[in-house]
Design a protein around this ligand. Structure first.
Ligand SMILES: [Zn+2]
Length: 186
């Protein structure tokens, strides 16, 4: 196992790209940009067990908040920049100094790919942008994508960059839906 001590506490280097998965998902071969070579890293890919619960909680909150759609990729990028350029983000997530917004054409939902978030037009709301930025912050192949660390990070981002009301609503919705939250990113 390659170890690395990033701010977001992930044992897999953040500059790596998966080039090959084993058939049983127990190791993946990575391309390490910083070293300019490949490395086989062993891990067990965790099941993303609370994904559906996170989505249900988020939809509860979205129905109450009725956030306006941000519209263009340009406007969405402006919101992302506001977060990423803040002292708060730079302290919390120094491994992710920039995040680009792509238009998400052809996708059925939003997505986060490491340094880039892809959002079809109907998903360009502040709440969903903060969901994707939470992925950018805590992304780590050995953790479930929507695991407790993600949930904690999402709550923190909503508190700082949306509103206390939205944070309280999301926290309540997480409890209602049974989403586990780690305090590591709060
Ligand atoms: Zn997600």
């Amino acid at each position: 196992m390659i170890s690395d001590s990033h701010q977001h506490d992930c044992p897999v280097p953040s500059d790596s790209i998966v080039v090959r998965n084993s058939t049983h998902g127990e190791y993946e071969e990575l391309w390490l940009r910083s070293l300019g070579r490949k490395a086989a890293v062993e891990w067990r890919k965790p099941r993303d067990g609370q994904r559906a619960r996170v989505y249900r909680a988020e939809q509860r909150v979205a129905r109450i908040l009725e956030d306006a759609n941000l519209g263009s990729v340009y406007s969405t990028q402006a919101m992302v920049n506001q977060v990423v350029d803040s002292d708060w983000w730079q302290t919390a997530a120094p491994h992710r100094p920039t995040v680009e917004v792509a238009d998400g054409r052809g996708r059925r939902s939003g997505g986060s790919v490491g340094g880039e978030i892809r959002l079809p037009r109907r998903y360009r709301t502040p709440l969903i942008v903060l969901h994707e930025l939470a992925h950018e912050w805590v992304m780590c192949p050995v953790r479930a994508a929507h695991g407790p660390e993600f949930a904690g990070a999402f709550l923190s981002l909503v508190r700082v960059f949306h509103s206390c009301r939205a944070r309280d609503l999301l926290s309540e919705a997480f409890i209602t839906e049974g989403v586990s939250v780690s305090g590591r990113f709060t």
